[in-house]
Design a protein around this ligand. Structure first.
Ligand code: TYC
Length: 122
């Protein structure tokens, strides 16, 4: 028996384990695959009440960092004032963390004890 490096293959090679299926005539058929990605975990920025931060400062913070109009900002501020805490907005993790930093920084610079935090949304 003679083996030559130039011998043509007698049958087509087996498809690679993860190559798309072929119809045998050279056409490739792509299978529909189930989507595997999940939406990102969202985080809510929660602001806490205190006895010292002026209401007006909280309203301005809600307008400036959470893009609320004056009416919505006032409603959220009053909810926090009455309930002890309230949600300012819902964001992806890094955006929520940035909002918290911005609020704490602005409050610190203005000499107010305003606190806020971010937490995963259920
Ligand atoms: N309780 C504050 C006051 O009476 C107002 C306030 C509202 C403070 C919301 C913080 O997150 C807050 N001046």
């Amino acid at each position: 028996m003679k083996f030559m490096a130039t011998n043509p293959p007698t049958r087509s090679p087996a498809p690679a384990p993860h190559s798309p299926p072929s119809d045998g005539a050279g056409a490739v058929v792509l299978e529909r695959r189930a989507q595997k990605i999940q939406p990102p975990q969202m985080y809510q920025v929660v602001m806490l009440n205190d006895d010292y931060t002026p209401m007006e400062f909280v309203v301005v913070v809600l307008q400036e960092f959470f893009n609320k109009d004056r009416e919505a900002a006032t409603q959220i501020m009053l909810k926090i004032h009455l309930d002890g805490k309230g949600v300012c907005g819902v964001y992806t993790r890094d955006v929520a963390a940035t909002k918290v930093d911005q609020v704490l920084d602005a409050a610190h610079k203005a000499g107010h004890p305003l606190q806020c935090l971010s937490e995963p949304v259920e």
